[in-house]
Design a protein around this ligand. Structure first.
Ligand code: M6R
Length: 602
């Protein structure tokens, strides 16, 4: 994903920009660049590849300035070339960095060409630089030119702009992509992610949808979508610098997998403290919102969607409420039938995923006003747009592959299922006490699963040369199979698919042979005997099985059947514990294949 950092100060800001871009590297990118406003001109350096290469070029060209912007680009429009890298410059005068996608860029490009503008890149971003430049020509100032330009853009953007005509300020805008302003002493910053500026300040203002802002050394002025000056609350970020450091680990993904006992422990703390599943866990007014819901609609993407898919089993089984879960990027574009008595639950680690945000807006436009977000990033856009929120306390997730966010989301969703059940009189005191006890033991069970790492790394060696893998699960463990397959393909590039094990005979068995390792999530639950039959189907076709089962399953290895035993069966929370082995399998398979674990391609 792209990243933005900008700074204005009485000192040289180039080291701030470089450090900020390095802190954003984890998001994945293919090129990087910075632009500075010097005494009389705008200068820029861009490189494909790593920030370090761009840093060396900036040093050799003697880049020093008190005003600058930087960007890491992840190609969308136009290939990975220096010309397509940001910042983009218009007429040697203004430089701009952009996150997001401009949907009407072709139309704007034609219009600007007719006005005499020449394009040197294939990006959608370059049109914004020229559009702002165009409005500057009639004497409009930089902020007003930006405000006029963004009114003509369809799509999503976070923008930061500097101009040689205006060396005392930087201007920025946000719509659909996160952007914040960092507040220093006599110096100020912009960034798409707080981690980019933590070395300089913790005081931040989160811009809201449609906001524009003017950032000078001495202050910040924010304007809403109508252009009226507004006050946005200042926050002090509690993201710790330690969470952005690797410590003794080789990769952030490994660190974050191992942080799960702590992350889950922190996330259950409020439930343990209350010793109850109470609506208060979801914020003020939750009792009134949750008290009379007649169903649940979950919306999310990727790993968060799989968390929602686990929750569907829990919510229907524990609370008796109907629950649907849908990929946000599908929901937002279809004609959905709304039932305003249903609770809309969005799940997002970042709280900024555009498809999830747009799905939430669409649901609200259909009349859904009972909205709850499960999110890991305080003050991000999705919880701000929701009535209720459950914040997971995973801490900053730096690895692109989501791990601790998933298990902590599951904790929040389990608490929701239990709370809805309790409000509907479906959870008696004994069951409630039992669930709380299960949660209390969860960090320990996760730690036991982590202790299996050496055995799982051994399996991963056998996966590394393979081209394909199949993951199977049933019931509430089927989404864990899906998550395992996503993790494996995302970071090791082994093609992996997941199926509900009962579906094998309806087609996918055709794929099974000795070259297709089959991973099975098979804890001792009510479906274990069914899963065992499905495994026989695989063995009969020469397939080799890698089975994660728990210590109570009474299930042992045999020819072509490898078994790793997770801790004792943890009842209803079993999907959380069974997530750990599939994360470790993907991590070690990626290591064995030598891929860039924390910065997977694409
Ligand atoms: O921040 P979000 O949870 O909304 O992100 C959704 C997905 O992009 C994300 O879960 C993605 O699938 C993971 N990086 C996969 O590991």
């Amino acid at each position: 994903m792209c990243g933005i950092v900008g700074a204005i100060a009485d000192r040289d800001v180039v080291p701030v920009l470089i450090e900020g871009l390095k802190r954003l590297e984890y998001r994945g990118y293919d090129s990087a660049g910075i632009a500075i406003v010097g005494d009389r001109d705008v200068r820029r350096v861009r490189r494909t590849g790593r920030v370090a290469e761009m840093e060396a070029a900036a040093a050799s060209e003697g880049f020093v300035a008190g005003l600058g912007i930087g960007h890491t680009r992840w190609a969308t429009h136009g290939g990975v070339t220096e010309n397509n890298a940001h910042p983009h410059i218009s007429h040697g005068e203004l430089a701009l960095v952009h996150n997001g996608i401009i949907e009407n860029h072709e139309e704007q490009r034609e219009r600007l060409r007719a006005l005499g503008y020449a394009f040197e890149s294939q990006t959608d971003t370059e049109v914004i630089a020229h559009l702002i430049h165009h409005y500057l020509q009639d004497g409009t100032d930089l902020l007003a030119a930006l405000q006029r330009a963004v009114k003509e853009l369809d799509g999503a953007y976070a923008l930061a702009v500097i101009s040689k005509r205006d060396p005392e300020r930087m201007v920025c805008a946000r719509m659909g992509c996160p952007l914040l302003v960092g507040l220093g002493e006599g110096e100020n910053f912009v960034a798409s992610d707080v981690s980019a500026i933590l070395q300089a300040t913790r005081r931040v203002i989160f811009l809201e949808e449609g906001d524009t802002a003017e950032v000078t050394r001495g202050g910040v002025r924010v304007f809403d979508a109508e252009g009226a000056q507004v006050r946005r609350e200042e926050h002090v970020s509690d993201v710790s610098l330690a969470s952005l450091e690797l410590g003794p680990y080789s990769h952030f993904m490994q660190k974050e997998i191992h942080e799960q006992p702590r992350a889950v422990g922190d996330t259950i703390e409020a439930i343990i403290d209350a010793n109850a599943f109470t609506p208060d866990l979801f914020g003020a007014g939750a009792r009134a919102v949750l008290g009379d819901v007649e169903g649940v609609q979950i919306l999310a993407c990727g790993t968060s969607f799989y968390a929602g898919s686990v929750a569907r089993y829990w919510i229907e089984a524990i609370s008796g409420l109907p629950c649907s879960v849908e990929i946000a990027s599908e929901y937002r574009y279809r004609t959905a039938v709304a039932n305003p008595k249903h609770l809309v639950v969005t799940i997002s680690q970042s709280g900024e995923t555009l498809d999830t945000m747009e799905a939430l807006k669409y649901a609200k436009s259909l009349g859904h006003d009972k909205t709850l977000s499960i999110c890991n990033v305080p003050e991000s856009a999705i919880p701000r747009a929701s009535r209720l929120v459950f914040y997971t306390r995973a801490g900053a997730e730096i690895g692109v592959a989501s791990t601790k966010a998933f298990t902590t989301q599951l904790v929040g969703l389990f608490a929701l299922a239990a709370t809805l059940a309790k409000l509907r009189g479906k959870l008696d005191a004994e069951q409630e006490a039992g669930y709380i006890e299960d949660l209390r033991h969860l960090p320990g069970s996760i730690q036991h699963a982590l202790n299996l790492e050496p055995q799982i790394a051994g399996w991963a060696e056998r996966f590394a040369p393979k081209q394909h893998a199949l993951f199977l699960g049933r019931g509430v463990h089927y989404p864990i199979a899906l998550e395992g397959a996503l993790k494996l393909k995302e970071i090791s590039y082994i093609h992996a698919e997941a199926y509900p094990a009962g579906e094998l005979k309806h087609g996918p068995l055709a794929l099974v042979d000795a070259d297709m390792p089959v991973v099975v999530i098979a804890p001792r639950d009510g479906l274990l005997e069914k899963v065992k039959s499905n495994m026989q189907e695989v063995r009969a076709r020469g397939g080799v099985l890698f089975v994660f089962t728990d210590q109570d399953s009474n299930f042992g290895p045999s020819e072509g059947v490898h078994v790793i035993r997770t801790p004792r069966h943890v009842g209803v929370l079993s999907p959380i514990v069974h997530t750990i082995p599939v994360q470790l399998l993907a991590y070690h398979a990626a290591l064995a294949r030598g891929t860039d674990v924390d910065k997977p391609r694409n």
